[in-house]
Design a protein around this ligand. Sequence first.
Ligand code: ADP
Ligand code: MG
Length: 240
Amino acid sequence: KREQAEKQLKEIKQRVQDLTSEEYKTFERFKELPLTADILRGLDRSGFHSLTEIQKLAIPECLKGNDVLAAAKTGSGKTLAFLVPVVQKLVFENWSDMDGLGALIITPTRELAVQIYEVLLKIGKYTQLSAGLVIGGKDYSFEKERVGRVNILIGTPGRLLQHMDESATLQTDNVQMLVLDEADRILDMGFKKTLDAILGQLPAGRQTLLFSATQTKSVGDLARLSMVNPKYVNGNLANG
Ligand code: ADP
Ligand code: MG
């Protein structure tokens, strides 16, 4: 049974590699994407079936391992556009609770962090991955030891940096993926220095996904500094 599962995983990874933009632009539903059964189940049970434009364009490029700079207006479905590839990448690499921090998701406000966390819990329910939230205030903050054990950490810049500096158990050496959600707002809110300090502690070989509602110059500058050959994806333009 284990062999069969490994064979399926290999086939899906191969389908990701073979995927062309001509092909994935014709996809309408999550089911058509090369995703593992556990993620497809999580999406289905959460009521997500059809792809939004930004999800259609961004998910395949992210799955392929590219750094991606994506712009799409508020409400267009950016959360799943980065969460699906994040979860899938860690599943591809057989990450589980034991393996420590594999992905970091940074967003400007507590409210957004909570929203992302809740979507992640739903769609990741059938995987072996664990997730944590680090935001200011008391509601969702949790013990320092647990921060060092989760696979995916979602947080606001200041609080995340604080944990990275203060928590001995939080290891960022193996972070495979960094997501900057609402990058334009992160910069507008004056978090550039905090962000630079966080980026400085992450491995250079990681994959970086940068999502924003608008393509400002400062977002472009950030992309140049933090990404390698990024693919540009714009969900605001009508496309076929
Ligand atoms: P954005 O981050 O671009 O502002 P969100 O990711 O917060 O957008 O999504 C906006 C709303 O659309 C949410 O209520 C979300 O549940 C819903 N949504 C996102 N993707 C899908 C989808 N593929 N099918 C149905 N609803 C979706
Ligand atoms: Mg969003």
